[in-house]
Design a protein around this ligand. Structure first.
Ligand SMILES: O=C(CO)[C@@H](O)[C@H](O)COP(=O)(O)O
Length: 185
């Protein structure tokens, strides 16, 4: 109900958790993220990322609750939201540990990467050297270098991985680009 689509909820996280110790990075595109903290924590989510656009009045409490339930807090911003809006959350006494810069209008996979969002990534990386900066939307072998060289170190990729004949090869290409950019910086 923040975006016009429905995908994965806490029951899926719970089922996955029975089979893996992997980091389960959950991006909640919902209008009321507070209502889901407990369920996602219980289900075994590792990270809980909410949208700044729906948490302008309660982000401090939300971050604290996420941490109290044993998850890493993250904040996401839509393409039209200025990057400055998340600075207070990164600089708070109890800060977010990840910023997710949306590189498409959230809601659907398979959209085109918005290179102009890289200014936000560069700004964040310059200001916060050790922050996890995630990008989501249209990432794949042809767009990864732009994101990685801007400073993104967490990459969300749907179509480019699941649509590839060899998904492992795409994942390694994405990882190599991020690692190469980190060595240079
Ligand atoms: O769900 C969204 C946006 O809300 C997608 O951005 C996927 O998370 C990634 O999909 P691709 O863009 O990689 O196909």
């Amino acid at each position: 109900h923040f975006v016009p689509n429905l995908t994965i909820g806490a029951p899926v996280i719970e089922s996955l958790r029975k089979h893996t110790k992997a980091y389960l990075d959950c991006h909640l595109m919902v209008t009321n993220p507070s209502d889901y903290v407990e369920a996602f924590g219980k289900a075994g989510a590792s990270g809980f990322t909410f949208h700044i656009e729906v948490a302008r009045d309660n982000w401090k409490e939300l971050i604290q609750n996420i941490k109290a339930k044993g998850m890493r807090p993250g904040v996401s911003l839509k393409p039209g939201t200025p990057v400055e809006d998340v600075f207070p959350l990164v600089e708070a006494e109890t800060p977010v540990e990840l910023v997710l810069v949306m590189t498409v209008e959230p809601g659907f996979g398979g959209q085109k990467f918005m290179p102009e969002m890289m200014d936000k990534v560069r700004t964040l990386r310059k200001k916060y050297q050790s922050l996890d900066i995630e990008v989501d939307g249209g990432l794949g072998p042809s767009t990864i270098d732009a994101a990685a060289s801007a400073g993104a170190n967490c990459i969300v990729a749907g179509s480019s991985v699941f649509g590839a004949p060899d998904p492992g090869q795409v994942i390694s290409a994405l990882r190599k680009s991020v690692e190469a950019s980190q060595i240079k910086s």
